[in-house]
Design a protein around this ligand. Structure first.
Ligand SMILES: [Zn+2]
Length: 340
């Protein structure tokens, strides 16, 4: 650790020399490296957190650039996965950081493994299903995690210390029904709210990593940068009936079998992940698809275009199907071109 590099941060009484050393010895995982997650990665790398695991299932598109500060036009042209591009940028920002890019869909079968060795989990996801999954895995393993969400000009943030503070299910007992909450798809989003929420999340993560739990804000923070409103709901009690942190019932870690189908926020697209581990041979798949449309691939993904539809296939057989938001249509396209 180079003390000169971090001198202004060490000078800050909340961090100091001891805090800086702790950061250097810390390991953080960021789940989702889009708008929020890319900011977490950038800020934690600059702060000198020793190890970062960046997880994202997605690749960079032009429509991400207005809000996903780590990515550039070149990354869109190169069709890079977000985790890979973010890790490369972390390497350029701070070569002392040990960074790992994981291009995967986080689901019940892998979430516990992905957070096992880390000191804190940062939420960079864009949907409640992923957050309930993270909550269950984090509560089960006793890992602190930092929730954050932004849509439109509104954002929310809270920090969970399992069995010490209320967890996500203490505050939101049930997942909102599909179609009932605004998403980037329906309401859009502006960068300032992402920056504000990410700033709160990273400050909370720094407090956790330097073990200053008494400095955590202990609230559900909500604010709207366009309506100029903010609320702070103090969180104290954990309801006795919380399935996760009271009763130890981790509903979201249970196998549900079959494919995982997700409608993607911000695009007319559906993602399908197989439930079993598969390794796709792109050369072979491209050969099979050649007559049905236009096909190209690099080592990260295969792209297939036909009749106004576009399918992106990843090495683990996960697909993103563009041109529909109907899971059933997507399943059928998947079955037709990829095989169930
Ligand atoms: Zn709870």
């Amino acid at each position: 650790m180079n003390p000169e590099r971090y001198s202004r941060q060490i000078l800050f009484s909340g961090i100091g020399k001891e805090g800086q050393q702790r950061l250097a010895e810390s390991h953080a995982v960021i789940i989702g490296c889009g708008a929020l997650g890319a900011m977490h990665a950038e800020m934690l790398a600059r702060a000198g957190v020793g190890r970062l695991r960046l997880i994202d299932r997605d690749f960079i598109e032009e429509s991400n650039l207005h809000r996903q500060i780590m990515f550039e036009e070149r990354d869109v042209a190169d069709r890079l996965p977000k985790a890979v591009a973010a890790a490369a940028r972390v390497g350029r920002i701070n070569s002392q950081v040990e960074v790992e890019a994981v291009v995967k869909d986080v689901n019940y079968s892998n979430v516990e493994e992905l957070i096992r060795e880390v000191d804190v989990v940062l939420d960079g996801t864009d949907n409640f299903e992923a957050r309930f999954l993270i909550n269950d895995a984090a509560v089960k393993s006793g890992k602190p995690w930092v929730y954050g969400a932004a849509v439109g000009s509104y954002g929310a943030q809270m920090t969970i210390r399992p069995r010490v503070t209320p967890c996500l299910r203490c505050v939101f007992p049930e997942m909102p029904a599909p179609g009932t909450s605004p998403t980037c798809d329906t309401a859009g989003v502006i960068l300032p709210i992402i920056a504000a929420i990410a700033a709160h999340q990273v400050a909370e993560a720094l407090k956790i990593l330097t073990r200053q739990f008494e400095k955590l804000h202990g609230s559900l923070l909500q604010f709207d940068l366009w309506q100029n409103t903010s609320t702070r709901l103090r969180l104290r009690d954990r309801p006795e009936d919380c399935p996760s942190c009271r009763q130890g019932r981790y509903d979201f870690l249970t196998a549900r079998g079959g494919q995982f189908v997700t409608t993607l926020c911000g695009r007319d697209a559906v993602q399908i992940s197989p439930s079993t581990a598969v390794q796709v041979d792109f050369a072979e798949l491209a050969e099979r698809m050649r007559d049905a449309g236009e096909v190209s691939y690099n080592r990260f993904m295969l792209k297939f275009k036909s009749g106004g539809r576009e399918i992106t296939v990843f090495p683990d057989a996960r697909c993103i199907i563009k041109g529909t938001d109907d899971p059933n249509v997507a399943r059928s396209i998947y079955a037709r071109y990829i095989g169930a």
